[in-house]
Design a protein around this ligand. Structure first.
Ligand SMILES: [Ca+2]
Ligand SMILES: [Ca+2]
Length: 398
């Protein structure tokens, strides 16, 4: 059997590819249809899906079991004669076969679930069903649909956008990294930072009077503006909030922050403490980093004098090595002139208001990906009676 094994295993791989060329697309199409049609034509649609599954995979389980059987049989028979390359080919075939078993199992679950759903929906039309029975059936239907969704949910908004580019912005169900949990995330399908399909990790809009500050922040309410800054302190520190990635493997970050200059925020003035420690209050303003060993993403610098910004005419205090060109800086005037909106700059910092991309900051890590959480800190190197940079709005996407 060994001389033919290579040919056989290549055939198996070939057959797998031939049999399921559009499987992923089909599966996501199912989810998309569930999302869009569930209220209107669901019974007919569910019947169709069940019908199509049965038509497309009539002998699928049998075929797959046969593949697994043949792999196992060949392994047992041929192991003593195997070369290293043969072993690798065998391993590939086994992995493929196991993938097939996994797909089969999912398909069987989906088919059974859809059958249950269809039957339940049919029974709902039976006028003899009691009200309590209907409620039970609806709950069972919902549970069954959850099983389907968990099996085929996309894991990011980018995935939805890539497969369905006309999808509107809004909330979508996504699967977490291990696929066992699902959660709702806001997808921004507009073009942001040069591309579409962004998953929102962070959002705060304090202009909504029912929204509270993140835990660990202190609320300001002044002149109709609500914003979140550091708790009262007599020394320099940062207030922090973290946003998990839910396992999304991202290579870009796009976001914007609106803050306010409070008191005597003096940008990167080095008079107080160590300003070269990314973990400390190295800025009067907002620090955005990723990961527990903090990697710098973007720094939003607050200044009460327009000559203090690094981008100011004449040069203000210089940026740290870890910040580089990844910063915005503006001078403000309390709560009447929001920071980092590119508006209201003074004579010295007018170049700061023309920074590329404002108000959106953008990091593109190319082929490097990460699942790091993103952290936003409001920092000041002096006490809050002297200075603060409360934030009123932010949205951060990957
Ligand atoms: Ca401004
Ligand atoms: Ca300061």
């Amino acid at each position: 059997s060994l001389p033919n094994f290579m040919q056989w295993s290549n055939n198996v791989v070939h057959n797998i590819r031939e049999t399921f060329p559009n499987f992923t697309y089909w599966a996501h199409d199912v989810v998309h249809k569930v999302n869009t049609n569930v209220t209107q034509t669901f019974p007919q649609w569910a019947d169709n899906v069940v019908h199509n599954v049965r038509e497309s995979f009539p002998n699928f389980t049998q075929q797959t079991n046969d593949v697994v059987h043949r792999v196992n049989t060949n392994v047992t028979l041929s192991i003593p004669k195997f070369t290293e390359i043969d072993s690798q080919i065998l391993q590939t075939a086994r992995t493929s076969a196991q993938d097939l078993v996994s797909i089969t199992s999912t398909l069987v679950t989906v088919t059974n679930t859809l059958t249950t759903v269809t039957n339940t929906l049919a029974s709902l039309q039976d006028t003899s069903t009691s009200t309590a029975g209907v409620v039970d059936d609806i709950l069972a239907t919902r549970k069954a649909l959850t099983v389907i969704l968990a099996n085929f949910l996309p894991t990011s908004c980018k995935q939805i956008f890539t497969q369905f580019p006309t999808s509107p912005s809004g909330y979508y169900a996504l699967a977490s990294d291990n696929g066992s949990d699902k959660y709702s995330a806001y997808c921004n399908m507009e073009e942001l930072c040069g591309s579409g399909g962004w998953t929102r990790l962070a959002y705060l809009n304090m202009s909504n009077a029912t929204v509270n500050c993140p835990s660990g922040f202190r609320r300001y309410h002044s002149g109709g503006v609500r914003a979140c800054g550091r708790p009262v302190t007599s020394y320099g520190n940062c207030a922090s909030v973290q946003f998990p990635s839910n396992g999304i493997r991202y290579s870009q970050i796009c976001g914007r922050v609106v803050g306010y200059q409070f008191g005597n925020s003096d940008a990167l003035d080095t008079a107080n403490g160590n300003h070269n420690n990314i973990n400390g209050p190295y800025v009067d303003g907002v620090s955005i980093t990723r990961g527990s060993s903090r990697h710098h993403v973007w720094t939003l610098i607050a200044s009460w004098q327009s000559s203090y910004c690094p981008c100011s005419n004449g040069g203000g205090f210089p940026v740290q090595y870890f910040v580089g060109s990844h910063y915005f800086c503006e001078s403000g005037s309390g709560f009447s002139d929001p920071l980092w909106d590119g508006q209201g700059c003074g004579y010295y910092d007018r170049a700061c208001c023309n920074a590329a991309g404002l108000p959106w900051f953008h990091r593109d890590y190319g082929n490097t990906t990460s699942t790091d959480y993103i952290e936003l800190r409001v920092c000041g190197d002096e006490g809050t009676s002297n200075e603060d940079a409360p934030v009123g709005y932010y949205e951060i996407y990957v």
